[in-house]
Ligand binder design. Structure first.
Ligand SMILES: *Cc1c(COP(=O)(O)O)cnc(C)c1O
Length: 409
């Protein structure tokens, strides 16, 4: 084991435990300790700069420490950080709920706040299931999900996910799940499954954790038609695709689909604070009114004012910086530059979400990228490139150069 370089690395090796990490490997390496963020860049305790090529695990939108975001946090922190959302409202959560619903006028009219992508999904599952129980459809208790899907790590969300290495040990103790591989498989489901399903859940346009795999064009709108025809709620997990990543504000807009539940998290605060939201329809909402029909669910930090204030700033930046206008152009630039590199086996892209496959080990490839000043994480042998939407053309060129030099080593 190497001797860690500084006191933070030392404290980390002595006391911290990282997510999705083999701690045996981790302890054998010098940890990178990030101390600062600036635009598309992260800076470590030694002053080295790295391009944040996966937007800090798919969260960052407008760059790190954007002055408008920083100002919103400071102003809100000095006003109100948090007050309970149980029995109380707060001005920032009210404004945010109104703004989010305005993207789906007359369709998605209610916001239920939570903290992370996983909890946004838990909310949708619980709402769908409880709604059935108290609205005369007690037989509908199942959830239909797609193979290799990822919907988060809390127990319920994990049990719906289909990535075997993530659900080992948990998959059997959660919801009642039917997994299908695609539309054809879905349409072949026996009536007993269809008639007892409460909801179908999907990552629209592209599965993230499944090595960035796009669905065929038109699939989402066909799925919506199928779910409507069969009286099954459609839950869209836009935790990754939401807030511009695909070139539209929300991926579902690209196929003009409005779900029954829309789950948002990662980009909601521009990659700064944990906040999530589940949007739903008036029909679902109305089904929770009256005696013994309460949605008994919530967290201590539900409706967090600081998070909501920064989410509002995030949304305002989309307008002032015309963020969406350049997403597809930037993605297309990266794609065409990567296509010219001989070591790229396959490339998959939606908007500014890119996965490309390499011959060798993804983890080693990303270690070398780090030496070239680029941070990202692989999924098996797929390298993920998903820089902040605010990334500049020069930074994209730097990124391509780094990939190229790792390949030519
Ligand atoms: C990240 C992610 C989640 C889980 O979100 P957390 O904030 O990590 O709980 C769920 N679904 C998708 C599609 C994701 O990318």
């Amino acid at each position: 084991m190497k001797v860690p370089r500084n006191k933070w690395a030392e404290a980390d090796h002595a006391h911290a435990w990282h997510p999705f990490t083999d701690q045996e490997i981790w302890e054998g390496e010098e940890p990178l300790v990030i101390q600062k963020g600036e635009g598309s860049w992260l800076i470590d305790t030694e002053g080295r700069r790295y391009l944040d090529a996966n937007s800090s695990i798919w969260t960052n939108i407008h760059g790190h420490s954007h002055p408008v975001i920083v100002e919103a946090i400071q102003r809100q922190a000095a006003t109100l950080c948090h007050s309970s959302y149980l029995g109380l409202a707060n001005d920032k959560a009210s404004e945010l709920a109104e703004k989010l619903c305005a993207f789906f006028p007359g369709a998605l009219e209610r916001c239920f706040f939570s903290d992370d992508g996983s909890t946004a999904l838990e909310v949708a599952f619980k709402m769908s299931l409880q709604w059935r129980q108290q609205n005369g459809q007690e037989e509908r208790t199942g959830i239909i999900a797609f193979e290799n899907a990822y919907h988060g790590d809390t127990l319920g969300a994990a049990s719906v996910g289909g990535v075997s290495r993530f659900i080992k040990g948990y998959g059997e103790c959660g919801l009642q799940v039917y997994r299908v591989s695609g539309l054809e498989d879905l349409q072949a489901l026996p009536a007993v499954v269809v008639d007892t399903a409460s909801a179908v859940v999907i990552e629209p346009l592209i599965q993230g954790v499944n090595q960035m795999r796009p669905w065929p064009k038109g699939m989402l709108s066909e799925l919506r038609q199928w779910s409507e025809r069969n009286g099954i709620h459609l839950i869209l997990d836009e935790v990754m695709t939401g807030f511009g990543r695909t070139g539209a504000m929300f991926a579902c807009q690209k196929e003009e689909v409005v779900p029954d539940f829309l789950c948002l998290a990662k980009g909601l605060t521009g990659g700064t604070l944990p906040l999530a939201v589940t949007l739903t329809t008036s029909e679902i909402y109305e089904g929770f009114k009256g005696p013994d029909r309460t949605f008994y669910y919530g967290h201590s930090y539900t409706g967090n004012a600081l998070g909501c204030a920064v989410a509002l700033a995030n949304l305002s930046l989309f307008e002032t910086e015309k963020t969406l206008e350049n997403v597809d152009r930037k993605g297309a630039f990266l794609e065409s530059a990567l296509l010219k590199l001989p070591g790229v086996l396959e490339i998959r892209r939606v908007g500014l979400v890119i996965g490309f496959d390499i011959e060798g080990c993804g983890r080693k490839f990303c270690r070398r990228l780090r030496e070239e000043g680029v941070l990202t994480r692989p999924i098996l042998n797929t390298i993920v490139l998903m820089p902040p939407l605010s990334v500049s053309d020069e930074e994209l060129a730097f990124l391509v150069c780094a990939v190229k030099s790792v390949m030519s080593r």
